[in-house]
Design a binder for this molecule. Structure first.
Ligand code: F6R
Length: 366
């Protein structure tokens, strides 16, 4: 049932091109220039007139929410807040019937997310679910929703759920940007075309698997790792660190690259691998200067870069390339090498990749 792969996690990482295609199938109509999503179409006024969108989720799904915050605000110009469901539910949040709340959950069973939904509904908000498991509690409890259609995710560490959540949320953001007249026709079309190309670009990113294995072998004995990114790729840094922690038990932290100088830079020495997302679009020059700061403190640099990159390659100890795409879609590509890195490190350390200690696939208690 692992389709020839050694672990479910590796199978699910490699399924991402198909999973993303399944997510946008029937929704992304590039030729017609249409995004068709019944859950949005049927409730379009709620979204258009919303004061703000509050996203509630936990763990990896919360990271997908953070990526969505960038894309919703950037393209659709709707204010977005992203909240840990566990904090939202207990802190008397300001939510009214002018709010839209989006709950993101792979399993659809996460207790804190479910409780956050109930609270939002009590306050009159319109609640939209982005779930993977069909018919799950969250899918039933929400007013409307869109499934990710990623297929079953068995590995405890979430992989294809994350990229398909980002895909659904990008579709919604683009649809709302169009409906609100916030995006030019040409930019809208360009986004649809680029989104359609993502599965083949993910497939290309997956071809670095062997190279990533050698990088993993170099850093598998690290005690601490840092993950840095900016803009759209800041949440990817958080997700990269979470993936490493969960399955390899190596301590890792994700940071916005520029925050490093406000504290974490003190940690850097020649024992510290720093994984830096430094793709061409999106603050590239600024990230390059962050890399120079790390290098001057002897940190080891592993750059996640755009194909053909020269500047980071000259500075870094290793680079892993991903294909070029629109800045807003880069998280769908930069996530891939970070998933593979944590997978290979965990395997090399002989850890139980699919069922890491202390973790469960769905967290149905608070
Ligand atoms: C990370 C992971 C967890 C889940 C979190 C939310 O790999 O698996 O952090 O993302 O427990 O779960 P869902 O999305 O099912 O609500």
């Amino acid at each position: 049932e692992k389709g020839g792969y050694e672990h479910f996690m590796l199978k699910e990482i490699h399924e991402q091109p198909d999973a993303i295609r399944d997510t946008y199938r029937g929704r992304l109509l590039v030729k017609e220039g249409i995004i068709r999503m019944a859950g949005i179409d049927d409730n379009i006024e709620k979204f258009i007139n919303a004061d703000k969108i509050t996203i509630v989720a936990c763990g990896t799904s919360w990271h997908a929410g953070l990526v969505a915050e960038y894309i919703f605000e950037d393209l659709a110009r709707i204010p977005v807040e992203v909240e840990y469901a566990s904090e939202f539910r207990y802190r008397n949040p300001v939510i009214t019937d002018k709010d839209v709340v989006i709950a993101i959950s792979q399993s659809g069973e996460t207790a804190d997310t479910l409780a956050a939904i109930k609270l939002a509904k009590q306050n009159g908000a319109f609640v939209f679910g982005v779930c993977n498991v069909v018919g799950s509690s969250i899918a039933r409890e929400t007013d409307a929703g869109a499934y990710t259609h990623a297929g079953p995710e068995i590995g405890v560490a979430s992989t294809k759920a994350f990229t398909t959540q980002i895909t659904v949320l990008s579709l919604i953001a683009l649809k709302l940007a169009k409906e609100k007249g916030k995006i030019s026709n040409s930019n809208y079309r360009y986004h649809l075309q680029e989104l359609e190309l993502i599965p083949e670009k993910v497939a290309k990113a997956l071809l670095s698997d062997e190279h990533i294995k050698t990088v993993a072998n170099t850093y598998k004995d690290a005690k601490n790792c840092l993950y840095l990114g900016r803009g759209y790729n800041f949440p990817v840094a958080l997700e990269g660190a979470l993936k490493l922690k969960e399955i390899s038990y190596i301590h890792a932290e994700g940071y916005p690259a520029a925050e490093m100088k406000h504290g974490p830079i003190a940690l850097i020495d020649d024992q510290m691998p720093v994984f830096v997302i430094a793709t061409k679009k999106g603050h590239y020059e600024k990230v390059v200067s962050n890399i120079e700061e790390i290098k001057s403190r002897a940190g080891k640099i592993i750059g996640i870069v755009t194909e053909g990159d020269v500047n980071v390659k000259n500075l870094a100890d290793h680079v892993i390339e991903v294909p070029e795409t629109l800045e807003s879609l880069t998280p769908l590509l930069t996530t891939i090498p970070l998933q593979l890195l944590s997978y290979h490190i965990a395997v090399l350390l002989d850890k139980n990749v699919d069922q890491p200690r202390n973790l469960a696939k769905s967290v149905t208690v608070e």
